[in-house]
Design a protein around this ligand. Structure first.
Ligand code: ADP
Ligand code: MG
Length: 316
């Protein structure tokens, strides 16, 4: 068997590629193209992310963890639009075809993809330094899509979950910081197993104006909403949700890590003040932690109580 035939077989035979029971997927892995029938009254949204070993995840990491995190981080973009996950394609560049590595990687992908109905329908495989590209696709009714450009003056600004936990793990993984502390397990878990807010995004699409996911740090990411909507924001630093673990771990830097650290994969959204009760009910019903952190103003960007840098993760 040729090298890459083996790879295709691992994916084709995985349960995450099984199209049975899916009316929308007419053809999956194995032909020249996949074929999809977009459900009536829905539109297709899609997004691509590339993860490079040594840049977006550490060298020699556990392949299962890499697979899980790849899907989790990519579908966060679907959550940010309010879309329902549908299917994905996988571009894989591998230094060699290690069947054990691949099986574990595929299992990690499947653990995240299968329960959310994200079907693997195709991909491409090449040889080279380990690089993983996912294109994820979702469905959403045309009128419910949540753009960055829809924030309105006087909207409240909300954030889900707690910020900065995944970023707290990075200096330890890179060896910049040494720890002997059980708190680290929590940050490590938050880095490798983010919880994309898919159900939250789908529920909030009815009440939010603008929405996006936070992947490069809240302070930097919210500015995308501000410039796209041509508005400003007044945020109160003490309202930024920070885990107890992070406050204990970095008492002096917790706010700065929460505001500028990457890899949160939480949602940031704006909504009219008249929606407060509705949002409280939705988030309570879904057990979705959600904090109101500020409001949309005419112009400018202030985080009260924070004097540091407003830039997050820079790619280049
Ligand atoms: P072609 O040469 O026609 O582009 P390939 O030989 O690259 O086809 O792939 C054969 C089949 O295997 C296609 O259906 C393709 O989508 C699938 N495939 C190849 N690589 C991957 C991968 N990394 N993940 C999922 N499916 C893959
Ligand atoms: Mg072909």
């Amino acid at each position: 068997m040729k090298e890459f035939e083996l790879i295709q077989r691992i994916f084709k035979e995985s349960s995450m590629a099984d199209i049975e029971g899916r009316k929308d997927i007419l053809l999956g892995i194995g032909d020249d193209c996949a074929q999809v029938r977009i459900p009536a009254d829905q539109t297709l949204v899609f997004s691509m992310d590339t993860l490079v070993e040594g840049r977006h995840f550490p060298y020699d990491a556990d392949p299962y963890a890499i697979g899980y995190r790849a899907v989790a981080s990519c579908v966060s973009d679907l959550a940010a639009m309010g879309a329902k996950p549908a299917f994905f394609t996988l571009g894989l560049t591998l230094p060699n075809s290690d069947a054990q590595w691949l099986s574990a990687f595929a299992e990690g992908l499947a653990e995240m993809a299968e329960p959310i109905g994200l079907l693997l329908v195709g991909g491409d495989t090449t040889k080279g330094p380990l690089t993983i590209t996912l294109q994820v696709h979702g469905y959403i009714e045309e009128s419910f899509i949540k753009k960055r450009s829809q924030a309105q003056l006087d909207d409240d600004i909300y954030v889900t979950g707690t910020l900065g936990d995944a970023a707290a793990a990075v200096p330890v993984m890179t060896g910049e910081m040494i720890v002997a502390n059980e708190l680290y397990d929590y940050f490590y878990e938050r880095y490798w197993r983010p919880s994309p807010r898919l159900i939250g995004g789908m529920a909030l699409k009815r009440v939010a104006n603008a929405m996006m996911d936070i992947s490069d740090g809240f302070a930097q990411d919210i500015q995308h909403i501000l410039s796209a909507s041509d508005v400003g924001a007044f945020v109160q630093g003490h309202l930024i949700p920070i885990s107890e673990a992070l406050s204990k771990w970095q008492p002096d830097n917790a706010l700065s890590i929460a505001l500028t650290g990457g890899d949160d994969y939480e949602l940031c959204f704006t909504a009219p003040k008249s929606m407060r009760e509705e949002i409280r009910l939705i988030t309570q019903t879904l057990h979705l932690p959600c904090a109101r952190v500020g409001e949309i103003v005419e112009s400018g960007f202030v985080i009260e109580g924070y004097a540091g840098d407003l830039n997050g993760w820079q790619h280049f």
